[in-house]
Design a protein around this ligand. Structure first.
Ligand code: HEC
Length: 180
């Protein structure tokens, strides 16, 4: 256990000015402090401000350029969309509410096949279409998504069967009636 006086002196040690401990004069210490805290000269201040202003200006220019490019892209996209064939735009507007457009794009049909598909969409599923739109869409899809040969043959055969079925029925009825 240290004697009380020594303890008191040790406790006061942190309060001794740094220069005394660091072998530095009081003047020297004040000078150091001054150098650290010296405010910027007017020229330096102006230079910093100019640099900040230039950076802000550069940022503004960059943003304006980006905005300009985005507007150009939007306009180009709008023109591209507007320049597409009417059929393509109609399909997009009328045929994408119930199933994804990809399902329509993936399908291939002959002309009668597209007529039948469209009729099914209209009368069976309730797709809203005018006759004019029906025609435009069928023209467009027949051109851009034609059937393979095999599918064409099947669809024409189905169509022929559908068209001749009433005739065949009528003929059979006639024959039965004649037999009686
Ligand atoms: C009211 C809802 C509805 C709308 C609108 C609609 N569809 Fe469909 N579509 C269906 C349903 C339900 C099916 C699946 C059952 C079927 O094939 O009948 C289907 C299936 C299809 C198929 C796949 C079967 C096939 O025959 O290849 C195609 C292609 C198709 N639709 C095209 C169209 C086109 C083109 C339009 C725009 C004129 C359209 N759909 C609009 C409901 C709709």
């Amino acid at each position: 256990m240290l004697p009380p006086l020594t303890r008191l002196l040790l406790g006061l040690l942190p309060l001794v000015p740094a220069p005394l401990l660091a072998d530095m004069s009081f003047d020297e210490m004040m000078h150091e402090k001054e150098v650290e805290e010296r405010s910027l000269t007017e020229q330096e201040f102006a230079a910093v401000q100019r640099r900040l202003e230039a950076e802000r200006e550069e940022e503004r220019r960059r943003l304006a350029q980006q905005e300009h490019e985005a507007r150009l892209r939007q306009e180009a996209e709008r023109q591209r969309l507007a320049a597409r064939p009417l059929g393509e735009r109609l399909v997009e507007a009328r045929c994408s509410s119930c199933h994804p457009l990809e399902q329509v794009v993936a399908a291939r049909h002959s002309r009668p096949g597209w007529h039948l598909t469209m009729a099914r969409m209209h009368y069976w599923h309730g797709a809203e279409l005018t006759w004019a739109e029906h025609g435009v869409i069928v023209d467009h899809l027949t051109q851009t998504q034609p059937a393979t040969t095999r599918q064409s043959m099947i669809e024409y055969a189905v169509l022929a069967a559908l068209l001749t079925a009433p005739l065949a029925l009528w003929l059979r009825q006639q024959r039965q009636r004649n037999r009686k």
